[in-house]
Design a protein around this ligand. Structure first.
Ligand code: UDP
Length: 246
């Protein structure tokens, strides 16, 4: 499905997990999954190179309520929201044996997440980890380290759009089956940050909880209503065009 030029998979949690598992099993080539929310979608509308990066993925799962709402405004409703952090934890918890490399978050957070994964999911091997605060000169060393370990899965939590650009830049050099651009998932696994409580998720107010916890995100989060306004304008234009024709 296309949402203002951004390819989003009309999937649900079960189907998305199945597709990720298939990619982990065949390891035919390096593939990557992104987890766009309304903020990233708006950023992609403003930046063609980000749009190109997002549209090059193996799968884009609809991470937030904003994307699902946008699909409804455009009269092409997505099945459901598939939150990236839940998707990654479900993938780890499926009982399938594979190795994982964690890239992102602070050193304390990523090392704690590695230990947690090892104890919570004994069938998973943590092949290695690296924090997400490195400069361009260190990238080669990180990619070399990943390629030595050859993990089946790489969880890349560098925040958006840094993680998307990082994966895209190195897509031809990474020896792994699958990478997921997973935002703050490493912090959630480590316990360094918490997902919004059930009340906020149920009432589609995850964005509000985020704003309460990280008021500095305010400017960035203005992209959410801007994105929805763009979708509304697009839907109106399409409606008018259709009426003119009939
Ligand atoms: N982060 C990182 N390197 C950076 C900037 C951020 O590893 O240069 C990490 C940060 O520590 C956090 C995650 O990226 O763990 C961003 O989480 P957030 O929930 O803000 O993700 P976003 O919504 O930006 O995708």
């Amino acid at each position: 499905m296309d949402i203002l030029g951004i390819k989003i998979d009309n999937t649900d949690m079960e189907k998305a997990l199945e597709k990720a598992c298939d990619a982990l099993s065949d390891r035919a080539s390096f593939r990557y999954i992104f987890t766009p929310n309304a903020e990233i979608c708006m950023a992609a509308i403003k930046d063609n190179s980000l749009m190109e990066v997002l549209n090059s993925s193996f799968m884009n799962i609809p991470d937030g309520d904003g994307v699902v709402l946008a699909s409804k405004i455009l009269k092409t409703p997505l099945k459901e929201k598939v939150p990236g952090c839940v998707f990654v934890q479900n993938l780890l918890g499926m009982g399938k044996s594979f190795s994982v490399y964690l890239l992102g978050a602070s050193h304390d957070s990523v090392s704690t997440a590695a230990k947690k994964i090892q104890s919570l999911y004994p069938h998973i091997t943590v092949a290695g980890y690296h924090d997400g605060f490195f400069n361009v000169d260190q990238e080669k060393e990180i990619i070399d380290n990943i390629n030595t370990e050859k993990p089946d899965l790489i969880i890349v939590g560098l925040g958006a759009p840094k993680q998307e650009f990082f994966i895209y830049k190195h897509r031809h050099n990474i020896h792994s089956g699958l990478a997921i651009g997973a935002g703050g998932t490493i912090d959630i696994i480590s316990g360094f940050s918490k997902r919004a409580p059930e009340f906020f998720c149920k009432h589609k107010l995850e964005w509000f909880y985020r704003l309460l916890k990280q008021p500095a995100r305010f400017k960035r989060m203005l992209n959410i209503p801007l994105f929805l306004i763009k979708c509304r304008q697009h839907a109106r234009k399409a409606f008018k065009k259709k009426n003119r024709r009939t």
